[in-house]
Design a protein around this ligand. Structure first.
Ligand SMILES: [Zn+2]
Length: 154
């Protein structure tokens, strides 16, 4: 770390402190040449993975698009708008926590289906039918069969 005042290459760390709120570390430093003091911050670099589409292109994860798909699936279902927001945030966090540079778009769809299955059976089937664009009945039946038992009695 070069001194920002005199560009001297050698600085001493006089104090290190973890800042809980931002998950960063602040270091107090002192230049061994000009004796000026300054601080540096270290933060964990994290970023959202890009979404790799089936056609090979990469796009940024779009929470609004996910929200729209979920809202469409949940149209007129007894689920609050807040729940949709929560679900989008949850999926966003899950993607973020993967710590990957890119994820296949199918994974985002699967996460959405997984969450919908927990929230509302009808919405799940709606979403799955659009998302997977079912070609045959067996695929459709399979999707229904994977629903949690507790929600099939609706
Ligand atoms: Zn200096």
């Amino acid at each position: 770390m070069k001194c920002p005042f005199c560009q001297h290459a050698n600085t001493q760390v006089t104090d290190s402190r973890l800042l809980e709120e931002t998950n960063s570390i602040r270091r107090r430093r002192r230049c061994v040449s000009c004796r000026q003091r300054f601080s540096t911050f270290e933060t964990v670099e994290m970023r959202m993975p890009q979404v790799l589409k089936t056609n090979g292109s990469r796009v940024n994860f779009n929470p609004h698009k996910l929200h729209t798909s979920l809202a469409r699936a949940l149209h007129k279902r007894p689920v609050s708008p807040e729940k949709i927001d929560e679900t989008v945030t949850l999926i966003e966090q899950r993607l973020y926590q993967l710590g990957k540079k890119e994820v296949p778009s199918q994974l985002v769809g699967e996460m959405a289906m997984e969450e919908l299955a927990k929230i509302d059976q009808v919405a799940y089937v709606r979403f799955a039918s659009v998302y997977k664009s079912f070609n045959d009945v067996s695929e459709f039946t399979q999707a229904i069969a994977t629903l949690p038992q507790s929600q099939q009695t609706e």
